[in-house]
Design a binder for this molecule. Structure first.
Ligand SMILES: Cc1ncc(COP(=O)(O)O)c(C=O)c1O
Length: 485
């Protein structure tokens, strides 16, 4: 869709290959010397890639001060995505989220943050000593999950906090679901508030309909994408794009240097160059073939009564993600175990749903998939059903005000002393750990929040249901560490 003639070029990858072909003498790091020093058992899988695992020597540029092939590769990236400037990241979206938030932070100004965000966002806020205002996401009846915050909530929060340092949202969600982000961006820009988007799951949203639009094209100011999640980049490879002049490129660059290694991986960077080339040169014909494949896979999956395949709405749902709503009688965890026994590994399993990620091209033979699924179906025998039918399913509803602030800034919390108290004594105290029932993954109590009676009641209910809880608190059954004020 945004193809440029030179998008077939891969300057960084080419520079590495050309260097390697010269069979140079390595008197520099890394110690494997282009893969020639290795235990023999590692040779088969490592030798090839280590030939291009190089470092900042003449001709191979420097990620933290790019002037040659890395600059050219990042410029091609920026041209393809239509950004003001784009960066390669070798620390995943995690590094990008840390840098975008730290670079946008302004002393005393709050950040408006979607409460069901990735932990790297919370870590960035904490590291920045920021004042977050958490916006509670809406529960989506049709998917049975917590989704985005509403446009109205964003508008209200901006009215109350017009001087916010930024609005931080996740787009799309883990399941590939997009939403009306454009109106939220417009509300924020009306107040000159920059919009920072964690688009970890949407690097391929540049491909065009029926794939939802990228937030970059909807006007977001900074967008971070895990290139490794949905495009052919190596794990930890990600992109950060600057979409407007509201953000200082130099500040982002400074923090990326702080949060990322001074010895960035050349194979990861080269894979980012290749992934951009792949996306930018993906033809409409290839896209049409992929959708045929997606359709076939969905039809095959739909033919088993173990689950319902949740519908995919063009322009809203990522077509390459398929969610199976597993029938209550079977239970998603049992079904996923049987899938794994057949060598089929899903991306995510909750109590009632299984998320499958398809590649941007066909990778699995339909006939062998059918054979394995038939085995899964047969193995879901009556014995299994009886054993698992009693497991309570469904999503825990997390009641929260529409938005909520922390009692103190993270910097102030850092200076306070934590102590453990039983649940009966924590009302009105400041939580020193977050409590996150999973699913749905929405913090019920956030570190730094003043604990309300309804939160204590909800924790008690959740503990009775034996729901998995993500927390650093080791004795969550009995109580929680609070900060002494
Ligand atoms: C929404 C979201 N943001 C950020 C991340 C972190 O991405 P990465 O693994 O590329 O660091 C993840 C990881 O799953 C994620 O789901």
């Amino acid at each position: 869709m945004y193809e440029r003639p030179n998008q077939h070029e891969t300057p960084l990858y080419d520079a590495l290959v050309q260097h390697s072909q010269r069979k140079p003498y390595s008197f520099h790091v890394p110690g494997h010397k282009s893969g020639s020093i290795l235990p023999s058992k590692a040779e088969k899988h490592f030798r090839g890639i280590l030939e291009i695992d190089l470092t900042e020597i003449t001709g191979l540029d420097d990620l933290h001060h790019p002037e040659e092939s890395i600059k050219e590769a990042q410029d091609l990236l920026s041209t393809y995505f239509g950004s003001k400037h784009s960066f390669f990241l070798i620390g995943g979206s995690t590094a990008g989220n840390l840098a975008m938030i730290r670079a946008t932070y302004q002393e005393g100004k709050p950040f408006l943050v979607q409460r069901n965000c990735h932990k790297s966002i919370i870590h960035a806020l904490e590291l920045s000593g920021a004042h977050p205002v958490f916006l509670h996401p809406i529960f989506e009846q049709e998917t049975g999950r917590y989704g985005p915050v509403s446009s109205q909530q964003v508008e209200e929060a901006l009215r109350e906090f017009p001087d916010a340092a930024g609005l931080i949202l996740t787009y799309p969600d883990y399941y590939g679901r997009a939403y009306d982000l454009k109106s939220m961006i417009e509300h924020a820009h009306d107040k000159s508030v920059p919009v920072l988007i964690d688009e970890a799951h949407g690097v391929h949203f540049s491909l065009g309909e029926p794939v939802p639009p990228s937030s970059l094209h909807l006007g977001a100011d900074v967008v971070v994408q895990s290139a490794h999640k949905m495009s052919p980049a190596m794990t930890m490879g990600a992109y950060l794009h600057i979409g407007s002049n509201r953000i200082e490129k130099q500040k982002i660059s400074t923090y990326l240097q702080m949060f990322q290694s001074s010895s960035p991986s050349y194979p990861i960077m080269a894979s980012l160059d290749i992934a951009r080339c792949y996306l930018a040169t993906f033809t409409q014909e290839e896209l049409a073939n992929s959708f045929e494949y997606v359709k076939e896979i969905r039809e095959v999956l739909q033919s088993y009564p173990l689950w319902e395949v949740l519908p995919s709405e063009p322009g809203i749902d990522d077509p390459f993600k398929v969610t199976l709503q597993v029938k209550k009688t079977y239970g998603a965890r049992l079904v996923s175990q049987l899938l794994e026994k057949e060598g089929i590994y899903p991306e995510l399993v909750t109590d009632n749903q299984i998320l499958l990620l398809l590649g941007l091209e066909p990778t699995v033979s339909i006939s062998s998939l059918k054979a394995h699924l038939q085995n899964v179906y047969s193995n879901c025998s009556a014995t299994h059903l009886e054993a698992h039918a009693t497991i309570e399913q469904g999503v825990i509803h997390v009641e929260q005000p529409r938005y909520q602030k922390l009692a103190y800034s993270y910097l102030a919390l850092d200076r306070m002393q934590p102590t453990f108290l039983p649940w009966s004594e924590v009302e009105g105290k400041i939580a020193s750990y977050s409590v996150i029932p999973y699913p749905p993954g929405i913090p019920l109590i956030m570190k730094g929040e003043r604990i309300q009676p309804f939160q204590i009641n909800q924790v008690k209910q959740i503990l009775e249901k034996d729901v998995h809880i993500q927390t650093q608190e080791s004795n969550i059954q009995e109580g929680i560490h609070i900060y002494i004020e």
